[in-house]
Write a protein that binds this ligand. Structure first.
Ligand SMILES: [Zn+2]
Length: 111
């Protein structure tokens, strides 16, 4: 799954710098989706993305976050506390509504 994730999330939405494999960190992987954290090597902005399999194939939903790698570690340790937002994103993906996914993907400055 990681290769597909890396293909979908290959560029920083803010400065357009290409990501390297080592910039991406898988937070959580399930059968249906992967949650990935990527830190841009150029502008240092952080992106949280959910990549999911759907009837349309692979789709990704990304948003800029100010979470740091340390926060991510905490997040991994306590997924039930801070996972609500991600669960909502995954629910949106499961609805397979392309327009919703596109809208959210455009809003890159929404935290
Ligand atoms: Zn960047």
């Amino acid at each position: 799954m990681f290769d597909e994730v890396n293909q979908l999330i290959s560029r920083c939405p803010l400065c357009n710098a290409g990501y390297r494999v080592e910039d991406a960190q898988i937070i959580e992987t399930t059968d249906e989706s992967s949650t990935v954290y990527v830190e841009c090597p150029r502008c240092k902005s952080s992106i949280m993305a959910v990549v999911a399999m759907s009837g349309m194939g692979m789709i990704s939903l990304g948003m800029v976050t100010d979470m740091t790698r340390e926060d991510i570690e905490k997040f991994r340790l306590t997924p039930s506390v801070s996972g609500n937002e991600l669960l909502e994103m995954i629910q949106l993906l499961k609805r397979q509504d392309r327009s919703v996914v596109r809208e959210l993907t455009k809003e890159t400055d929404v935290y």
